[in-house]
Design a protein around this ligand. Sequence first.
Ligand SMILES: NC(=O)c1ccc[n+]([C@@H]2O[C@H](COP(=O)([O-])OP(=O)(O)OC[C@H]3O[C@@H](n4cnc5c(N)ncnc54)[C@H](OP(=O)(O)O)[C@@H]3O)[C@@H](O)[C@H]2O)c1
Length: 225
Amino acid sequence: MTTSRPYVIASVAMSLDGRIDDDSWERLILSNADDFDRVDEVRASVDAILVGAETLRRDDPRLLVRSEQRRAARLAAGKTFSPVKVTVTRSGRIAPDAQFFTAGDVDKIVYASTEAAKRLTADLGATATVVDSGLTVLPWNLLADLGERGIERVMVEGGSWMHTMFLKRDLVDELHVAVAPFLVGQAGAPRFVQDAPFPQGPDRPFRLAETRAIGEVVFARYLRS
Ligand SMILES: NC(=O)c1ccc[n+]([C@@H]2O[C@H](COP(=O)([O-])OP(=O)(O)OC[C@H]3O[C@@H](n4cnc5c(N)ncnc54)[C@H](OP(=O)(O)O)[C@@H]3O)[C@@H](O)[C@H]2O)c1
């Protein structure tokens, strides 16, 4: 049996010691304006942007294409001005007034455990599509469902658990890493990934496709095949 799934781009900004935030509730900026613009360009090229529920709770991101030109180009191509937003939760602890839901007239999809899905469906009403995903969200089921909704390219923007979930199942086709020129040095700060038996070990590494200095940030783009 052949299966098709969306092409997956995982994108992260990290410190020199591999941290994607510090241990405070304030969001740590690990990029610069030009690098944010690079991320915006990638956002404009995909059909869906995915973040985990903890990132929604901590950072309250808008997850929208920022550039007016890129928004206009998407509209001219018959797309929505910004991609579909996607999140994943087991607990269902997501506030309906999060910017994920309130910012931007684009589709929002929440993949949730059965228990959380019932509550979220009631709380969110027509604001979002809630997909009952059983006990836990399985990444290949999520991608298959997105594929059935016409999503061909998805950008996974974090956090740590989301990147781990897709990487450990070898579901990341392209990895974008921006490295900030400093160390965080806090044990409680989240890392790029959790420990896991990753298939992209030394015997099956990613292929380095591009490196670029973006001001003081180093950008690297890796391909899986
Ligand atoms: N530097 C960067 O590029 C970047 C980008 C994004 C985020 N971040 C940082 O990353 C941190 C958050 O990362 P994180 O790893 O703690 O959280 P996360 O990956 O954003 O979200 C984790 C949450 O996703 C849900 N989840 C995970 N696996 C699931 C599964 N199989 N089924 C159902 N739900 C599942 C759970 O939500 P529930 O708890 O609701 O069940 C879990 O708590 C924040 O500090 C944020 O600032 C950094």
